[in-house]
Design a protein around this ligand. Sequence first.
Ligand SMILES: Nc1ncnc2c1ncn2[C@@H]1O[C@H](COP(=O)(O)OP(=O)(O)O)[C@@H](O)[C@H]1O
Ligand SMILES: [Mg+2]
Length: 323
Amino acid sequence: MAAQNNAALPDGLQISGYRIVKKIASGGFSIVYLAYDEDGNAVAIKEYLPSSLALREAGELAPTISPENLPIFRIGLKCFFEEGRALARISHPNVVSVVNFFRANDTVYMVMAYESGRSLQDHILRRRDKGEKPLVSERFIRKMFSQVMNGLREVHTNKLLHLDLKPANIYLRVDGTPILLDFGAARQTLKADLPKLYPMYTPGFAPPELYSKNGNLGPWTDIYSIGASMFACMVGAPPQPADQRKINDKMDGHLQKLEGIYSADLIQVIRWSLMIDPLERPQSVFALQKALQEPVPEKPAAGKFSVTLDRLKSLFGGSGQPH
Ligand SMILES: Nc1ncnc2c1ncn2[C@@H]1O[C@H](COP(=O)(O)OP(=O)(O)O)[C@@H](O)[C@H]1O
Ligand SMILES: [Mg+2]
């Protein structure tokens, strides 16, 4: 992700009925703050501020945007707003709750319920630094991802795709339940014409169809990223990027190394989700959830991979209707 070079809003600032407490995160696209509403409830406010287009010096509130960048900035702003509006319709325990939107300082702000916890990415890295083996348990992966997928099903039911699923965008509450954050759909909309705004995909977690301009996107696109995120939980690093896999696919070897640490069933489910051809993957989150919950009856034998995959597909509807 591009670095965020912009100054954050000052601590203590009152803005549209909220009081900014402090900046909690910043990326190339936005800055996230902890704030309080008028009733004293903690909220997280995400400020649209793509650093490649808008510049804000310390002490200023509104960014400076060159006339050349203004049209792109405005399209991005509209998409950010649309994304938030769509998200605001979704109410699900595993999807971040958007409670408000407002305009100020020549940009737009999305207000979310504040969640106390840390990202799955931080969780994995902490465990990796501590030398935990296995990095995370199979039980944790199965339980946590099945909850993530409950949220994702709700998103897909609302005709939205996430498009930027990865451990950094899965947030773990203190009680361990996951929430989906940071819906990249807005950025995706911008991708076709506006490469300047943002590198749209995160290498390793993005399926091949996100690399191409007219890729066929659907639930299978997020499903690839789920498989990639599960893999990242097991090895502490993202899978081989999809564009490299198309040239020299090393994923099978990487997955084989996990045998003995994780069950063959789980590894097989990940292999299925990470198929390069979108049609070869589970076509709906429901199909993937079922595969994760119900043990695959036969252990895959070495070299018999395609047979086992066919079995999986016939059991769980590999090319069923998108959900
Ligand atoms: N609702 C929230 N509650 C608490 N922290 C949040 C919330 N939303 C975002 N954050 C924090 O901000 C970080 C970045 O948020 P994200 O939406 O992923 O923005 P970015 O576009 O910068 O990646 C998250 O990893 C998390 O630490
Ligand atoms: Mg993010």
